[in-house]
Design a protein around this ligand. Sequence first.
Ligand code: CP3
Length: 350
Amino acid sequence: MRDLKSELLDKRFLQPFASKAVAPPPVWLMRQAGRYLPEYRQVRAEAGSFLDLCYTPDLAAEVTLQPIRRFGFDAAILFSDILVVPDALGQSVRFAEGEGPRLDPIKSVAGLARLALSNTNDKFALVCETVQRLSEALPRETALIGFCGAPWTVATYMAEGKGSSDQAAARGWAYRDPAGFQQLIDILTETSIVYLTGQIEAGANAIQIFDSWAGSLAENEFARWVIAPTARIVRAIRERFPAVPIIGFPRGAAASLQTYIDGTDVDGVSCDTSCPLSVMQTIARTGKAVQGNLDPLLLVTGGDALDQRVDTICETMAGLPFVFNLGHGIVPETPPENVARLVARVRKAS
Ligand code: CP3
């Protein structure tokens, strides 16, 4: 039996999700494992393909631990990818070197026949084995974050067959045939619930739902394709695991953040770089945890510009339930010494 009360006491990362301010704030960074670390590039080369790395528990656990060893973050995030879900469902994903993800696109309801929840067992089991190993290997004070992509964002990659700047394939499908697109969203919603349940049972202490393209939708579509499926995931996970915090990351949707929180009932939100600190303060004052939102490019720049912004964010969010993070993932050009500098600076803040 897991003792969730002692998890909360041991792991300072979890406390903001119980509406507590922690000084200095807990810190972890999106994409803290990745190509900016030489030790990651070495394991990545050994693994062969990126997805082979995700599906090899030994190696996936190793790259998850690398940034914890180097920087002592308060939380580790499972090393995997949001596109493991379509891959496991039956729409194979490839990561072409330097090109990003490639999928054979599904552009209409007829393409959904390729997908089945029953296909996911073996691949999800490998990811959950990684989680299990991590929950044994991590220091007691370090929380483990599991994750999935939100149904909307995952659907954008499935419909487009790759990343896109405007998500036109998914938005077009959703306008043309909302009932058909709803079927895809429903498949992803149910699959995400199964996937997150497995990660929590294997030892994840918190869950993050990445909705990287939440900002591309108009109000009604945001309600239907972002809020409604996320709310369903939150309800299902909370019913089984009431003590496990669920963090939403509706990137690009700062103006709809309160609507998102009210509609989904997440325990906390991650805010992108464009979100004003005053908006983050307002939300944190209601008792919801807020993560964010340093520009990842300032972490490339480093120096005084980095220090000043870190201080501003920490000072503005002091006394509130806050977790220091970036507004989006670390980029490969980031000098690791700037990450060490950031962590030291956050920890000096009181
Ligand atoms: O944050 C972490 O350290 C945990 C692991 C993680 C990865 N991807 C590893 C990864 C997480 C949480 C993700 C989430 C993810 N993946 C998102 C949501 C967050 C965001 O960035 O908006 C999205 C949209 C994806 C899809 C994805 N995966 C793309 C578009 C790419 C290609 C771009 C790139 O940076 O290469 C990936 C590949 C990917 N996912 C890498 C890593 C470390 C790089 C692959 C490599 O090593 O070659």
